[in-house]
Design a protein around this ligand. Sequence first.
Ligand SMILES: *Cc1c(COP(=O)(O)O)cnc(C)c1O
Length: 228
Amino acid sequence: MSIRSQLSDVRETLPEGVTLVAVSKTHAPALIEEAYAAGQRIFGESRPQELAAKYEALPKDIEWHMIGHLQTNKVKLIAPFVALIHSADSERLIRVINDEAIRNGRVIDILLEIHVADEETKSGWTYDALLKYVKSGALAAMKGVRVRGVMGIATYTSNEFRVRLDFELLQQYKKELEAYFDSSFDTLSMGMSDDYPLALDYGTTMVRIGSLIFGKRDYAAAEKEATV
Ligand SMILES: *Cc1c(COP(=O)(O)O)cnc(C)c1O
């Protein structure tokens, strides 16, 4: 199946108001161009170098989203152009994003990544720490970032009950946090290829889908191509 048809199959399953981020990490620019030709304009990547290289190589009306864990020393690579950072997961990282945004004369949209999965490895805020941080007012004082909402990754499991629990929690956290922001806090980024149909039941507004559009990722090949 072509990227065009896989993209359209995914789109057909999304209700109005749910934004599709096509996750293109590890895939060559030529494949992104195929999705672009089929009308897709929002792409997600998880490595800053790869993201910056693809930004240079591809049409400038693409909206690039950073979805993977971001190290503070890499923020400057993407600060000039990134449209949304889904993975704002620490006070220090948000401070650096704010500094780099101001340096670039921009306001950068971010999502607060919350840890809900039943796994040690997944990054993100614990809700308690996040709430404390939000209540401190530190975010409100930053002129270079605009908090658009919340992002989360559900537990990687075939146990549908557990996945639903994770999505339900994220929905609840997002709702609770709305009280501390203005109406631009409107985004709930959750749902990937394997679990997004469940995320739709819990009010997701943004799904991040890779494999269903581009096929399986070949990390070894991507590594060989270095940074595109
Ligand atoms: C890779 C990735 C995705 C997409 O995963 P698929 O299973 O290919 O849809 C979504 N979100 C994040 C944070 C990712 O790293």
